[in-house]
Design a protein around this ligand. Structure first.
Ligand code: AMP
Length: 421
């Protein structure tokens, strides 16, 4: 029955998979905290214009992929497709630009984009992201890349390539846009309807077009590197020098122009190298946005940030055999009660052992030994603690080890240590 199937492009995360998602975010948050970032949770939906204005009307996200709806008060709302515009809205709404120095934030949670379903690409997916607002320095660009690098390394992931490029400052981009417009006007008849519109509205977006990706006109288009101002060239060279200094390997990729409007100067991606369908996809993507806050509220505050795909990081961590912290090797323990009074006692004993992080299973519906042994088998219990009248009185329990089939009497005060081995 179709109604009982999850929606296309969405996923359930059950048990271990859900815990892995949590660990990705928790560990990334720990790294972000070493960079002084504070945790920000923004709403899942925002006024549509938060994204329309900032991500860029000509971007694929805004023009095709947003889940936008009218609420009952006739307001246009959007399920957030990315984090940066929402973080910027928070920054402006709370006038954080009035604070001296840097505002450093991290966020994580679900994002929504109506994308074509493919491996590694979902309609609901999770991002972990970092944003620094308030200063402009090539050292910040390097620090933010290093932060992403540290997160990826925390999961032992080495099969990614850092690709980096400069798309120039405001003046570089204006020159480049002009050159692209001139160039593409010769080929525009062979291009898709979207590109025809982009030619005037935002010719740089033509370079990201998925429909025309193999059109030779795009492949042979002018390159941003020939339009960078002296300042942008110096800035970018400083970023690269500093990355060298930190021994962070990278590849300069002239074709890297991020698909969102707010980027300026440094843009980067960590690209996955694997022998499955994730190969070539970005694990992390980010860059600098010198003018985003300014264009939103008229206050000149530069920003920089990145977002990483939590599902993708989880998948690659599994591929490289990362040992998840949450998986402890302690197996469950079943407390088996031989009579009703002992069942009561088993509830008390369970709370003592659970307080020591031991997983306890109880057969809530039966005192039959057969049924309780079955439970132990089903949950793969290593120990079965047996409580009858004698154990209740002496507080010395019979503990069966199901693996080596031995049995010992253990005092209450020694139980935790005994189970933990
Ligand atoms: P973006 O916001 O498009 O720059 O994406 C940043 C990161 O989020 C990417 O590098 C991916 O790891 C992840 N990501 C983006 N879109 C999707 C998607 N549809 N499904 C899964 N992960 C995604």
């Amino acid at each position: 029955m179709a109604i009982y199937q999850k929606a296309k492009g969405t996923q359930d995360f059950y048990d271990i998979d859900a815990k892995k998602m949590d660990e990705v975010c928790a560990k990334a948050a720990k790294v972000a905290s070493t960079y002084g970032c504070k945790y920000l949770k923004t709403p899942i939906f925002e006024h549509a214009e938060v994204f329309e204005k900032n991500v860029g009307e000509e971007s694929d996200i805004v023009s095709k992929e947003m889940y936008t709806f009218k609420d009952k008060g006739d307001r246009l709302m959007t399920l957030r497709p990315e984090g940066t515009a929402a973080v910027a809205r928070f920054f402006i709404e709370n006038k954080l630009y009035a604070n001296p120095g840097l505002t450093k934030l991290y966020y994580y949670g679900p994002m929504f984009r109506y994308e074509r379903q493919q491996a590694g690409r979902y309609r609901e997916f999770n991002q972990f992201g970092i944003e620094f607002y308030g200063q402009s320095s090539y050292l910040l660009d390097v620090d933010i890349i290093k932060c992403a690098y540290d997160i990826v390394r925390a999961f032992n992931i080495k099969n990614v390539v850092l690709k980096i490029n400069s798309i120039g400052d405001f003046n570089s981009r204006a020159n480049y846009s002009k050159a692209l417009k001139e160039y593409f006007s010769k080929y525009i008849d062979s291009m898709c309807e979207d590109c025809k519109r982009r030619l005037n509205a935002n010719p740089m977006r033509i370079l990201d077009c998925k429909v025309d990706a193999n059109n030779p006109a795009i492949k042979n288009a002018p390159n941003i590197k020939d339009y960078l101002t002296e300042e942008s060239i110096t800035y970018f060279n400083n970023v690269l020098k500093s990355l060298d200094n930190l021994n962070i390997p990278y590849v300069v990729d002239d074709n890297l122009v991020r698909g969102l409007d707010y980027y300026t100067d440094t843009v980067f991606e960590f690209i996955i190298q694997s022998d499955d369908a994730l190969n070539g996809l970005a694990l992390v993507a980010g860059g600098k946005y010198a003018n985003m806050i300014n264009s939103m509220c008229g206050v000149d505050v530069p920003g920089i940030g990145f977002a990483l795909g939590v599902e993708r990081l989880k998948a690659i961590a599994d591929q490289v055999g990362y040992k998840w912290d949450f998986i402890n090797d302690l197996k469950p323990v079943v407390i088996m009660a031989l009579d009703d009074e002992s069942k009561q006692e088993s509830m008390k004993l369970a709370s003592i052992l659970r307080a020591n992080d031991i997983q306890i299973e109880i057969d809530y519906s039966s005192i039959s030994m057969k049924s309780q042994f079955k439970l132990a088998e089903r949950v793969n219990a290593k120990y079965i603690i047996i409580i009858g009248e004698e154990e209740r009185n002496t507080k010395i329990y019979t503990v069966k080890n199901t693996e080596n089939r031995t049995q010992e009497k253990v005092k209450l005060e020694d139980l935790v240590k005994y189970i933990r081995g």
